[in-house]
Design a protein around this ligand. Structure first.
Ligand SMILES: O=C(O)c1cc(=O)[nH]c(=O)n1[C@@H]1O[C@H](COP(=O)(O)O)[C@@H](O)[C@H]1O
Length: 230
């Protein structure tokens, strides 16, 4: 699959979301992320309706629970034909392996979230009391995910070279925290432009507000794709 620009559909309601999507040509082969905000409101029927439009789906549920619960949840999601699913790497080795087991027999890529891109070095040290540099913590979690069967991780683009070195070139690094030069950073801390993410080796970028809150979402998307594919 071509390295995707994944649009994070973080909207307050489905009407706003569908109106946003109506700006895009019908044959535009979109890769969209359904996160907790939309999934909590509209659940699986919403996932199915977007899949039926032909979109690739990244279901971002960031599962984090005991292994048995995560495995059983993944067994259910395995029937949904989604292309990517997230769990938190900090759920541990057994939980990651259980998630993979639950997805057995599907093409759904299991991605483990490392250190959220909204957390910087200060939050890692002071709030989470993790005595490591961000890049070492992220690499450690990526290796844990790799060793326990995940297909890839979610990290900032900044850590991609280290993750690839610690795991393998084929281990997917999907990177949110993407901000074109002109965009506001907002609550993100570890950010990169689309061009920088490409140079650092990201396998796909996740972009929300710079597209969904732009005056013209389709133009914003096209500009980001141009920068990403240059
Ligand atoms: O798992 C994610 O997708 C994710 C992980 C992470 O570390 N940081 C992060 O921003 N995300 C998601 O990526 C999207 C980023 O949105 P924007 O900040 O609006 O571009 C949001 O939907 C977040 O939930």
């Amino acid at each position: 699959m071509k390295k995707p620009v994944i649009i994070a559909l973080d909207f307050a309601d489905d009407f706003e979301c569908i109106e946003f999507l109506s700006q895009f040509p019908k044959d535009e082969n979109l890769f969209v992320k359904i996160g907790l905000e939309m999934f909590c409101q509209f659940g699986y029927p919403f996932v199915r309706s977007l899949r039926n439009r032909g979109y690739n789906i990244f279901l971002d549920l960031k599962l984090h629970d005991i292994p048995n619960t995560v495995r059983r949840t993944c067994e259910m999601i395995a029937k949904w034909d989604v292309q990517m699913l997230t769990v938190h790497a900090s759920g541990g080795a057994e939980m990651i392996a259980a998630a993979k087991e639950g997805l057995d027999g599907t093409d759904t890529k299991l991605l483990a979230v490392t250190q959220l891109t909204s957390l910087g070095q200060v939050e890692l040290a002071n709030e989470l009391q993790v005595p490591l540099q961000s890049q070492d913590y992220v690499t450690h979690l990526a290796k844990l995910a790799y060793d326990n069967g995940a297909d890839g991780v979610i990290s900032s683009a900044l850590e991609v070279p280290l993750i690839k070195e610690a795991t393998g070139e084929d281990f997917l690094c999907i990177t949110p925290g993407i901000r074109p030069k002109s965009a506001q950073v907002g609550d993100q801390k570890r950010v990169a432009t689309p061009a920088k993410a490409r140079v650092l080796g990201s396998d796909g970028i996740v972009v929300g507000r710079p597209i969904t809150q732009a005056d013209d979402g389709y133009v914003a998307y096209q500009n980001i794709c141009k920068e990403w594919n240059k």
